[in-house]
Design a protein around this ligand. Structure first.
Ligand code: SAH
Length: 355
């Protein structure tokens, strides 16, 4: 029989496996599953043979049926600002990127949900890579595990304090895997990230937002990037399908359900979406549901046709929003020199030709 990969289980299916395949006594399955789960997700166990708290017989049985094999790091780049980008080679050979952004009081890990993307946002480097595949939940969670291993982050005081699904791909086009991955990230016996330590960023798949409010419940970031459908459609083709009016309704519901503000992301493109009029129009949207805006410096990549808005203009844009009574922050760009900043991720994985 081929080995099962531990990371393909959630807690429920792990228990079933122990009961049915390993024939562990029913009354002990929960306890054993928890022991294993904690050893891997809390303590970073890499080899089952190191699990000395289990009876030898059970350990040997586990070793014969389960592997802890993970994707591996194909490349590491460190920015002059301390940001680290890992290129991860999945077990199927596809490659995906994730980025660690250290700050004074916290450390944020930005993870991917897909290899490539279908959205084609004009300003985003990932958008130039066709969708290769949806990541399995194990491949999403393992980006966190690999980063924790690299940073030796297994102590009580976490180094990676926050997780953002803002890497490659659209999380809500891989909804089920993202949902299961978030469940595993949140599990108190494991990685133990509270819902307010995780942010899912979406380009606005309106029909998935209410579902996510009930089932995922993390912070939500919406990549709005424009205050009108005309401008948004120009830079984000997805707006042909989901209009701003619908997004406002769904965000209103999300904010009420999780009782938190939505973060609006707004990448500032010179001469496209950065006028005073745009700022004023944006405040009209912000009046409709609890939210704040995060203005993002545009990060260029090879071949792109947009320019970043000047710093001064970003500040006056921000001030218009603040003067209207809303929170507006400017996201400092990190890891630009290693193409590790927002919207710069792209790998050379390609979809195999379907004959
Ligand atoms: N698909 C999801 C998550 C991935 S992108 C989403 O759209 O939200 C994470 C954020 O980076 C999004 O807000 C995205 O629009 C933004 N982004 C993309 N390209 C960028 C670039 N070149 N410079 C700055 N931000 C960019």
């Amino acid at each position: 029989m081929s080995l099962k990969n531990f990371f393909d289980f959630n807690f429920q299916t792990l228990k079933q496996f122990l009961l049915i395949d390993l024939k562990i006594e029913e009354k002990k399955t929960s306890m054993r599953a928890k022991q294993l789960w904690q050893a891997v997700y809390k303590k970073g166990l890499e080899e089952l043979s190191h699990l000395t708290t289990l009876p030898v017989e059970l350990r040997d049985k586990l070793i014969s049926k389960i592997t802890l094999k993970k994707p591996k790091i194909a490349d590491t780049q460190t920015s002059e600002d301390g940001t680290i980008k890992w290129l991860i080679e999945l077990l199927d050979g596809n490659k995906v990127e994730c980025v660690f952004i250290p700050e004074k009081t916290r450390g944020t890990l930005c993870i991917s949900s897909q290899v490539g993307c279908t959205l084609n946002c004009r300003f985003c480097h990932t958008g130039t890579q066709r969708l290769v595949k949806n990541l399995d939940f194990s491949e999403i969670v393992n980006q966190v595990m690999i980063a924790k291993e690299q940073l030796d982050d297994w102590k009580e005081q976490k180094i990676i304090t926050n997780i953002v699904l803002m890497g490659m791909g659209e999380p809500f086009y891989n909804y089920d895997n993202v949902k299961t991955a978030v469940e595993i990230l949140k599990d108190k016996d494991g990685l133990n990230y509270g819902p307010k330590k995780i942010t899912v960023s979406t380009a606005g798949i309106a029909d998935k937002i209410p579902l996510a409010a009930k089932e995922i419940g993390t912070y939500l970031a919406l990549s709005l990037h424009a205050p009108t459908d005309e401008i948004r459609e120009l830079i984000m083709p997805i707006n042909k399908k989901f209009k701003i009016k619908d997004l406002i309704e769904q965000c209103k519901y999300y904010a009420e359900t999780v009782n938190e503000k939505i973060t609006l992301e707004y990448v500032m493109l010179r001469g496209i979406n950065d006028s005073k009029e745009c700022a004023n129009q944006l405040t009209k949207i912000m009046a409709q549901f609890p939210c704040k805006v995060n203005l993002i410096e545009f990060n260029p990549w090879p071949g792109v046709n947009y320019l970043p808005t000047e710093r001064e203009d970003m500040e006056s844009f921000s001030k218009i929003i603040q003067d209207a009574g809303y929170i507006s922050t400017i996201r400092r760009s990190r890891g630009q020199d290693i193409l590790g900043a927002c919207g710069q991720l792209r790998t050379e994985s390609e979809r195999k030709k379907l004959n």
